[in-house]
Design a protein around this ligand. Structure first.
Ligand code: HEC
Length: 196
């Protein structure tokens, strides 16, 4: 089956990521292809039918029980998604962290097997999605690469769906994130920001 919808979204997302990396305001919103007949169906229980493409097993980061599962990357590359969470991942995150969640070594960290993503308390990963983050500049990566914050762009519900997706893809298994968790942390952030 043709990977065209994801490929198009990936190109648009790369353009967005490049703009964000360069500090420019993104002017376009990457979109997935139209929903419906061009998108292969998934079977019950969130498992994917798609079997196109090959994937590299992401390297585990800090979680010894983590076992990589290539199904998510195969599905995303084939343009199949597991609902809104997967769609949000493709639109907002995949350009840097890739469809296999493995990122790019020394540039964009792996989400697959990432201890912060898998923590049973989701507060830290919610804060990261809302506020973004910055790696300290080192001699190996002197630019101090940044991840943009998504508080302005994603609703509490979207952050919950996206967070739940990344906590249960590529072999990750962690409890779902509730909308109330995101609302609480967004309020905390806003309260703290009000002091500045
Ligand atoms: C422009 C590139 C870019 C985009 C887009 C991006 N990130 Fe990141 N991401 C980074 C960089 C750079 C880091 C390292 C910064 C840090 O750890 O604070 C990072 C770190 C992470 C981490 C690891 C944090 C840790 O402490 O190990 C996770 C998880 C993550 N991003 C998830 C996401 C999610 C989810 C999205 C989409 C909403 C996203 N990223 C979008 C660049 C990006």
């Amino acid at each position: 089956m043709p990977p065209a919808p994801f490929a198009a979204a990936a190109v648009a997302t790369v353009a967005l990521a490049a703009a964000v990396c360069l500090g420019a305001a993104p002017t376009t919103t990457p979109v997935l292809g139209p929903k419906g007949e061009d998108r292969p169906q998934q079977i019950e229980g969130g498992r994917y039918l798609a079997d196109a493409g090959k994937t590299l097993a992401p390297a585990p980061q800090g979680v010894s029980s983590y076992v990589a599962d290539p199904a998510t990357a195969r599905a995303l590359r084939a343009g199949v998604n597991d609902g809104r969470g997967a769609e949000l991942y493709v639109d907002n995150c995949a350009a840097c962290h890739r469809s296999d969640g493995a990122g790019y070594e020394r540039v964009f960290p792996s989400i697959a097997g990432n201890a912060r993503v898998l923590a049973s308390d989701p507060s830290s990963v919610i804060r990261l999605i809302l506020l973004g983050g910055r790696l300290p500049a080192t001699s190996a990566a002197p630019s101090g690469l940044a991840m943009p914050g998504f508080a302005w762009r994603l609703s509490d519900r979207e952050v919950a769906l996206l967070g739940t997706f990344i906590r249960n893809s590529w072999g990750n298994h962690a409890p779902a994130i509730g909308i109330q968790d995101v609302s609480r942390i967004r309020r905390d952030i806003e309260r703290t920001a009000a002091h500045f």
